[in-house]
Design a protein around this ligand. Sequence first.
Ligand SMILES: NC(=O)c1ccc[n+]([C@@H]2O[C@H](COP(=O)([O-])OP(=O)(O)OC[C@H]3O[C@@H](n4cnc5c(N)ncnc54)[C@H](OP(=O)(O)O)[C@@H]3O)[C@@H](O)[C@H]2O)c1
Length: 250
Amino acid sequence: MPIYPSTVFITGANRGIGLEFVKQLLGSKNPPNKLIASCRKPAEAKELNELSSVNPAVHVLQFDVTDFDAIPKIVSDTERILDGVGLNLLINNAGIIHRSPLGGVTLDEMRTEADINCIAPVLIAQAFVPLLRKAAEASDVPNMSCDKAAIVNITSKVGSIADNRGGGRYAYRASKAGLNAITKSLSIDLAKENILAVVLHPGWVQTSMGGPDALIDTVTCVQGLLNVMATLDAQKSGTFWDYKGEQIPW
Ligand SMILES: NC(=O)c1ccc[n+]([C@@H]2O[C@H](COP(=O)([O-])OP(=O)(O)OC[C@H]3O[C@@H](n4cnc5c(N)ncnc54)[C@H](OP(=O)(O)O)[C@@H]3O)[C@@H](O)[C@H]2O)c1
């Protein structure tokens, strides 16, 4: 079951899961009219630039998500690109991981992961609310959906406290658990505006983060995530799913 958002903004779109989101959204039967693909270093984003050079829907914006002062400019650049319409879908995808064991955890990694995986998504989501609201108000679809107005935060099962049987990964678990908590609040605060908010776990994916031994490739991952996104509605806002459509406990 596909999703057909007209306008999309994504972070970390130059490689891995983010780049595959761009490819599959563009390859859909009804691709977005405007797909704003942000990344830290556009000059080095070869594949993304190639996609944008042959597809006028793709707009590449330079955005390091830890440059919090740049968020208002990112939103105003997006507003200019959207040219009067709202934003249907925000995907907070950019993320990093450290794997230091107990005894090696550093202040720097705790702070960096908090910044990228947890603090950036809430500041970005908050700044995009007016554009998401605009899309929700303009939509004639009655229920909440990823085609209408939605915030999809890419989390990890590793951020589930209930599922933690392996220990370790302090910075990553904390930052993703924080992202989960934030997403729940977004879903509650934005329900009255018909803006959906969820966290999705992409699986263990063969990317630079997941490594070559991971269980699935980015194609399978994003196909699964898009299928799950197509099932989301008001009842599912504020919940936590994996790419296969299985709900994950907090
Ligand atoms: N792969 C997995 O098995 C797995 C499992 C669970 C969850 N996830 C989550 O899935 C998401 C995508 O991960 P991935 O597997 O695609 O990882 P990846 O291949 O390592 O890609 C990470 C992406 O995040 C971007 N990024 C990192 N720091 C950034 C910053 N400060 N500002 C802007 N962009 C930044 C990277 O950009 P640069 O190229 O500039 O570094 C890159 O585009 C992450 O949120 C991750 O936590 C992945």
